[in-house]
Design a protein around this ligand. Structure first.
Ligand code: PLP
Length: 401
């Protein structure tokens, strides 16, 4: 008999949790590039396809490297199970296809990720899914939006790009009182800082493209949830719709998880330093960062995010009107010598972006205003460069406005 696995700390799980080693005894998890699997017998194949026996059958349904990533992420989030997808957006699509039907209702905040607003507010509306978008930070607005057909509350905290924080526990209570589920998009905080399941969330959604990989290399997505939601509600969607995570991408993100904690700590430290410096800069009108005591939900963020503000901040350049604000923001971006002008986030390289013309560019002006994404806003996803070099590079544009 194998000895019982000890209860391990999250640090240990981050480098150890995976499927069993192969008979070769590899220490680093193997990358299994195969689309099919040879079955031990016709009877075994029949049982596996019927779901009566564990075992891989086809690459769209599962792969050992992909399973290692799923097990490790589930362990970090404190979830029973995890199912991965080709991107963060396809994880949201899988969740909605699994949980919702025509006539069901979803509540989200105005300040969700731009593509999420588009997917739920427009694309799913074509299939009869209703949605209401409410204030990120006002739990009463979420409660007031509940209808008899509400099936899902979907929150993202902190948000992109304004870092608004919502109260996960309060939203979980509202969802459960309504007989609905709460999903939290945990891209920005990651399980290194915030574990929504412990606060009552039913589903945690990830874009593995961001901090889980952490080095800007591959696309990936995932949903963490109960064993029953994963196997009965989401896996059937994966099998028929095929938003499968590629084994190579799963392997890259699996390796990224090993350093997630130390990266998040180091990048958050740099973000706090940068936020404090920007706050004192004469060309800056406002800084949005949960780690600053000036942030409206600072205390909630500290309690919910392991006393850490995270690695993303945004700031507004001073200007007299929207046109000047846009021109000034563009000047700061075009003056960068070291940092990357890039709309991605979650990289070791600091990425700087203008949300109003990129990530939120597909929204209508009304939707953008509701999300607070003004023309002078610049988002910085802080990486691992030396803090002085990050400041100096932003200062080239800021000090020459
Ligand atoms: C990037 C992102 C997504 C979408 O993930 P992809 O991997 O790009 O599909 C969803 N939510 C948030 C908060 C994100 O930053």
């Amino acid at each position: 008999m194998k000895p019982k696995k000890p209860d391990l700390h999250r640090d240990t799980l981050a480098v150890r949790e995976a499927v069993a080693r192969s008979h070769f005894g590899e220490n680093s998890e193997a990358l299994y590039l195969t689309s099919g699997y040879v079955q031990p017998s016709a009877e075994a194949a029949a049982r596996r396809f019927a779901g009566d026996e564990e075992g891989f059958t086809y690459g769209r349904y599962g792969n050992p490297t992909v399973a290692s990533f799923e097990q490790r992420l589930a362990a970090l989030e404190g979830a029973e199970a995890c199912i991965s997808t080709a991107s963060g957006m396809s994880a949201i699509l899988m969740m909605c296809m699994g949980l919702l039907k025509s006539g069901d209702h979803v509540i989200c905040s105005h300040s969700m990720f731009g593509s999420t607003i588009k997917l739920i507010g427009s694309d799913l509306a074509k299939f009869g899914v209703e949605s209401t978008f409410v204030s990120q930070t006002d739990a009463n607005a979420w409660k007031a939006a509940v209808r008899p057909n509400t099936r899902l509350l979907f929150a993202e905290t902190p948000t992109n790009p304004l870092t608004d924080v919502c109260d996960i526990r309060a939203l979980a209570d509202i969802a459960h009182n309504a007989g609905a589920l709460l999903c939290v998009d945990n891209c920005f905080a990651t399980p290194a800082l915030q574990r929504p399941m412990a606060l009552g969330a039913d589903i945690v959604m990830h874009s593995g493209t961001k901090y889980l990989d952490g080095q800007g290399r591959v696309m990936a997505g995932a949903l963490c949830a109960s064993e029953s939601l994963v196997t009965k509600t989401f896996l059937p969607v994966l099998k028929s719709a095929g938003m499968t995570l590629a084994p190579f991408n799963a392997w890259v993100v699996l390796k990224g998880l090993e350093t997630l904690d130390i990266r998040m700590q180091a990048q958050s430290d740099r973000a706090l330093k940068l936020a404090q410096w920007l706050q004192a800069h004469p060309a800056v009108a406002k800084v949005h960062y949960p780690g600053l005591s000036s942030h409206p939900q600072h205390e909630l963020a500290m309690a919910q995010q392991s006393n850490c503000g995270g690695a993303v901040l945004s700031f507004e350049v001073k200007a007299s009107d929207a046109d000047q604000a846009r021109a000034r923001a563009f000047h700061v971006l075009d003056s960068l010598q070291v940092l990357s002008l890039s709309t991605n986030l979650g990289d070791t390289k600091t990425l700087v972006a203008h949300p109003a013309s990129t990530s939120h560019g597909r929204l209508t002006e009304d939707q953008r205003q509701a999300a607070g994404v003004v023309q002078g806003l610049i988002r910085v996803a802080v990486g691992l460069e030396h803090p002085s070099d990050i400041q100096a590079d932003l200062d080239i544009g800021l000090s020459s406005l």
